[in-house]
Write a protein that binds this ligand. Structure first.
Ligand SMILES: C[S@@+](CC[C@H](N)C(=O)[O-])C[C@H]1O[C@@H](n2cnc3c(N)ncnc32)[C@H](O)[C@@H]1O
Ligand SMILES: O=S(=O)(c1ccc2c(c1)CN[C@@H](CF)C2)N1CCSCC1
Length: 265
């Protein structure tokens, strides 16, 4: 079995609820200080979208998983948002939240924090409704395919966003780089890519699943984007405090990159 096939097979054991529990619920999800990682992530995204540079018809979220926090500052800037994931279980979890099904994950602390960061006086229920209205499709994706969305997409997008996907779905750095090239085909020339990911992580747990992660450094990430024809507009890192290391992963830090696809290749 190829290493890519092995990654895909291992993901069949991925448990969305366990993943959400491990990463997006207290005590790890702590909003009590701006210096904590979740406020830091939301601030990176709010500030990037707040520049007004990143806008257009379509935004695609690559490897959404069962989460929506990554999109909270985007709805005012795009007509259509497309969410994607490799696993049907995750696409089903997303559809449940989008349709406000009972028992869906409570993202309200994240939505409220995004409203505070943006400082527009927007009520969190309005932001929640706006995001639900803008997400028009939830599609299957495989970043290791030359055409990651197959024939589902006709027009390239104005912007891409991806959080904790490429490094968590690639068995090695070569396939991480190739996956970036593959997803870049989904983006217009001059389009913007916002990515948040794990630094120097080798595994994470999601219920019965132990998923292998290709450990990447800041230089690895910058090099991959540069080799793929991007201009890096902003790059930030967050060092994970030891208090947040509870055994569900071995992440050392988090990166945020805002990159723009050059007009000339
Ligand atoms: C660590 S989770 C990230 C989820 C979410 N974006 C977040 O910020 O928490 C990694 C995601 O990558 C997805 N994935 C795994 N293999 C993939 C592939 N070949 N192509 C696209 N996504 C894949 C998984 O289904 C999972 O949802
Ligand atoms: O936002 S995080 O930095 C975060 C959030 C998600 C993930 C990781 C880290 C690291 N492992 C990833 C596996 F790919 C998933 N965070 C980790 C500390 S507690 C709150 C959640």
């Amino acid at each position: 079995m190829s290493s890519l096939a092995a990654v895909g097979e291992n993901y069949q054991k991925f448990n969305p609820r366990a993943y959400l529990q491990n990463n997006y619920m207290p005590p790890r999800a702590d909003f009590s200080s701006d210096d904590f990682v979740v406020p830091w992530k939301l601030r990176c995204l709010a500030e990037a979208f707040g520049t007004g540079e990143i806008h257009g018809q379509t935004l695609i979220d690559i490897g959404s998983g069962p989460t929506i926090y990554q999109l909270l500052s985007s709805p005012d800037h795009f007509e259509e948002i497309i969410m994607t994931d490799f696993l049907e279980v995750n696409r089903d979890v997303l559809r449940g939240w989008l349709q406000a099904e009972p028992g869906s994950f409570d993202w309200s602390p994240y939505i409220k924090h995004a409203c505070t960061l943006e400082g527009k006086g927007e009520h969190w229920k309005d932001k929640e409704r706006k995001l639900r209205d803008k997400v028009k499709r939830v599609l299957p994706i495989d970043i290791h395919q030359l055409k990651p969305l197959g024939s589902a997409l006709t027009e390239p997008a104005d912007a891409l966003i991806s959080t904790f996907c490429l490094e968590a779905a690639s068995p090695n750095y070569e396939s991480f780089q190739k996956a970036l090239e593959n997803v870049t085909t989904l983006l217009k020339l001059g389009g913007h890519f916002l990515m948040i990911g794990a630094l120097e992580e080798s595994f994470y747990l999601a219920g019965e699943a132990k998923l292998l992660v290709v450990p990447v450094t800041e230089e690895d990430v910058k090099g991959a984007f540069t080799r793929c024809g991007y201009k890096i507009q902003d790059f930030r890192t967050y060092v994970m405090p030891s208090s947040l290391k509870i055994g569900v992963d071995d992440v050392r830090g988090i990166f945020f990159v805002h990159a723009q696809k050059k007009m000339q290749t």
